[in-house]
Ligand binder design. Structure first.
Ligand code: GLC
Length: 427
């Protein structure tokens, strides 16, 4: 206990606020200066929670700016390219979408409705919060309907993902095999990430060639949903997305109820019911957690990552499954200096500092901790919070943290790290 008290005082919350202000580009924050010069969707949702602690109006603006880039079909892109920037590749020309705000053509884990519900419940300015929720609700509904309609046209209950970047866990070893089946691009290009971050913390070239093949594939086929669903060479059920979507749909339905706008959303209720009945198919008795599935090969993906325990956050595990997952996380935390490592350290593909193959991300810990708490594991929830705090007190506000040393990695002065500290690590 003494330890967590000491470390609390060591977090520089003033600096965290400053990071948000410095990364503000007018209505949205960039994740970090240089490496990521645009607005990323799930970063932005987490960032809004950070703003909420000291500037509520600005917090709501984060959402408004993101939803201004929503596509007509309801999709919220994973990146909005509000301004040109030379420091990032692939930019809007490579993605090739012709929207009013240039954007990527995939989405990201849909944590928005969950963030908006939290913001609504916490807001001191009730008039502003009500006004903003009423504006955002139809957009959120359209976004969730898009997920279920376009990413699960067969109504299996499990939406699919077309790109490792859509998972937000871009370089996770869970995607290796599925990605290996994707052709490599045959044109040359200049990566920009390696100018900002050490190559040993970033993906390798063959992976990058395949990421780009997919980006080009959507463009070549005119972003035609049905064609992409039928022919995309990469198609997985990402249990992280399924879980985050499920929790967010429950939060969205609750917001609709509070706002008296719950007529016309019965399809969302039905979609969540379908997910609840389908999710058991992803459970692995051997691993004692849920697994991602490769829809092209039809096989489960045997890799324990932070995504595979997110059903705790998604409220998708039954009591026995939750107990097994809680036990798994506890021993997993024992195995690294700080946790929860993005890939289980017993995996041969574990690398403590390479992008999503081992390092710790703060917002993931927040989600899993919230799940642990709601399933009745307050000790585990606290443990996750303390280890998160250890990352920040050891190294500051980095993009992510080496699980074996707690050293900061990736980009520095990182927005979502500062936001999670402000929202979750203050007492
Ligand atoms: C990387 C991460 C992704 C994040 C983005 C911006 O691509 O993998 O989750 O949204 O950076 O921070």
């Amino acid at each position: 206990m003494a330890r967590s008290k000491d470390t609390t005082t060591a977090i520089d919350f003033k600096l965290a606020e400053d990071i948000l202000r410095r990364n503000d580009r007018g209505g949205y924050c960039v994740p970090t200066d240089g490496l990521y010069p645009f607005q990323w969707s799930w970063d932005s949702a987490i960032t809004a929670l950070g703003w909420m602690e000291f500037d509520e109006r600005r917090a709501w603006q984060e959402a408004e700016t993101m939803f201004a880039g929503q596509w007509d079909n309801g999709m919220v892109p994973h990146i909005l390219f509000h301004k040109d920037a030379e420091s990032y590749f692939p930019g809007p020309d490579v993605w090739g979408s012709d929207k009013k705000i240039p954007s990527s053509a995939i989405s990201q884990p849909p944590v928005w409705a969950t963030a908006i519900r939290i913001m609504y419940e916490q807001a001191s300015d009730r008039t502003l919060a009500t006004e903003k929720v009423l504006e955002l609700l139809p957009k959120l509904v359209a976004y969730h309907q898009w997920w279920y309609r376009e990413r699960d046209p067969g109504k299996t209950g499990l939406v699919c993902s077309y790109h490792p970047w859509e998972s937000g866990m871009d370089n996770s070893p869970a995607w290796d095999q599925a990605l290996a089946a994707v052709p490599e691009v045959d044109w040359s290009y200049q990566r920009r990430d390696l100018g900002h971050v050490d190559a040993d913390q970033r993906p390798h070239k063959p992976e990058y060639d395949r990421y780009l093949y997919l980006v080009d594939f959507y463009k070549r086929h005119g972003f035609d949903s049905q064609y992409i669903y039928d022919h995309c060479p990469y198609k997985v059920v990402d249990i992280g997305i399924v879980s985050i979507l499920h929790r967010a749909s429950d939060d969205l339905l609750e917001l609709c109820r509070i706002a008296g706008q719950d007529q016309g959303v019965s399809d969302l209720t039905e979609s969540t019911q379908r997910t609840r009945s389908a999710v058991d198919r992803l459970w692995s008795d051997e691993r004692q957690c849920f697994l991602n599935h490769n829809l092209i090969s039809g096989a489960p993906i045997d890799e324990v990552t932070t995504a595979t325990v997110l059903p705790l956050f998604g409220n998708l595990a039954n009591k026995e499954q939750a107990a097994a997952i809680a036990e798994l996380i506890d021993s997993w935390l024992d195995a690294t200096k700080v946790g929860l490592s993005s890939t289980h350290p017993s995996s041969p593909r574990y690398e403590s500092q390479r992008y999503w193959r081992g390092p710790v991300w703060l917002h993931i810990n927040w989600m899993i901790s919230l799940g642990a708490e709601s399933y009745g594991y307050p000790e585990l929830a606290r443990r996750l919070r303390n280890t998160t705090r250890d990352c920040v007190t050891a190294s500051g506000f980095w993009e992510y943290f080496d699980a074996d040393t707690s050293a900061g990695c990736g980009g520095d002065d990182f927005t979502w790290t500062a936001a999670v500290a402000l929202y979750w690590l203050t007492d």
